[in-house]
Structure formats: C-alpha cells, structure tokens
Design a protein around this ligand. Structure first.
Ligand code: ZN
Length: 52
C-alpha cells in the first residue's frame, strides 16, 4: 500500500467514525445494519435502532 492509499483509507475511517452516532440509551457506538432492507444504526449493547 502506498502513502496516498494509506492516507485515503485513514480519511475514510475517520469520516466513518465521525458519522457514527452514539446510542441515546447507553451511549455505546452504534453499528450500521439494515432491517428489511432499510439501513439503520443499531446499538450492539442494548439493541436500540435509529434511522441511518
Ligand atoms: Zn444502547
């Protein structure tokens, strides 16, 4: 992997982190998933979902 590729990946990871909401109930970082084909965020800790 060259430097440009590494920088691009780092930027993508940072953006993904910034865009990831925290669970309103327990403040865990939510994970992207989908329910019936609709993208949503789901908390791995308490199972709360919210629209992506
Ligand atoms: Zn939660």
């Amino acid at each position: 992997m060259d430097d440009l590729e590494r920088q691009r990946r780092l930027r993508l990871e940072r953006d993904a982190l910034l865009d990831t909401p925290n669970c309103l109930a327990c403040l865990h970082r939510m994970e992207p998933t989908d329910v019936d084909g609709v993208p949503v965020w789901q908390c791995p800790e308490c199972g709360t979902t919210q629209p992506a």
